[in-house]
Design a protein around this ligand. Structure first.
Ligand code: ZN
Length: 262
């Protein structure tokens, strides 16, 4: 049996059993497995990893392990001066687009509230999601690390928090979204883009009197045709935006959330 020694840095330790955190981990193997397979066998989804150093040299996912190798595995935001540095995946889509697994419906709605493109269906299988996400260049959000370990998934993030409000802040911090909030631009129900619409195209009898009197902020979903307007709902939304922005500011620089478990 051959053996390599692994060290996982920063929040990648969330995926390790407590006894293995912040410590060298021995990995016994036969043959010459790809370093990515070893990383995932130790519990860390490849989507969480930004740089892998084998004996101090940056390597791709398919780099074969050899006996006695020392492997350092680094997450996305760990700053690290390595040259040359091997890119493990293409850059993430800009602006960011997400695809959420079936358990994150409330987070999908929250993201849409703030104008982010968040594909979600409560009847998607893991397989469908893993296929659709790369096709549409979407980042998979999930609390299922098995899903992130699928080969087809190139961009993904394991959401640590369990509360939707906290998840929202975690995701916004992780992807640097605090400067790109665009409330009331995306349909909460179907993720379609909202476009301005005239009162006579909507059916004025369905609208509250104050919206009929000042229809300047009337919008409709281009996909499912639901109508939204700038009323009390939007005022609540703006209050929520202010609260989230406040929390983002307060949390700046702090690591976060719940652990991935053992
Ligand atoms: Zn819609």
């Amino acid at each position: 049996m051959q053996q390599a020694r692994f060290r996982f840095y920063a929040e990648l330790n969330d995926f390790l059993p407590r006894s293995r955190r912040q410590a060298d981990v021995a990995y016994p193997f036969r043959g010459a497995p790809a370093v990515k397979d070893a990383v995932e066998a130790l519990g860390v989804p490849h989507t969480e990893v930004e740089v892998i150093l084998v004996n101090g040299v940056s390597v791709p996912f398919d780099h074969p392990l050899r006996d006695g190798d020392r492997v350092g595995v680094f997450p996305v935001f760990e700053t690290l001066e390595v040259t040359p540095r091997v890119r493990l995946r293409p850059p993430p889509p800009r602006p960011v687009r997400f695809a959420l697994d079936v358990h994150l419906g409330r987070l999908a709605r929250q993201l849409r509230l703030f104008g982010f493109d968040a594909a979600y269906r409560n009847d998607w299988s893991d397989e469908q999601l893993a296929e659709l996400a790369p096709q549409e260049r979407r980042i998979v959000l999930t609390r299922d690390r098995g899903l992130l370990m699928r080969r087809a998934v190139t961009h993904g993030y394991y959401v640590r928090a369990t509360q939707p409000d906290v998840q929202l802040i975690e995701v916004m911090r992780r992807f640097g979204l605090s400067g790109s909030l665009r409330p009331l631009t995306r349909c909460l129900v179907c993720n379609g883009v909202l476009v301005e619409v005239a009162v006579d195209q909507v059916g004025a009898e369905d609208l509250p009197a104050d919206v009929r009197a000042d229809p300047s902020r009337l919008v409709r979903c281009g996909a499912c045709r639901r109508v939204y307007w700038d009323g009390s709902h939007v005022r609540r939304l703006r209050a929520l935006v202010a609260k989230v922005e406040g929390q983002l500011h307060a949390n700046e620089g702090r690591g976060g959330g719940n652990e991935a478990g053992e």
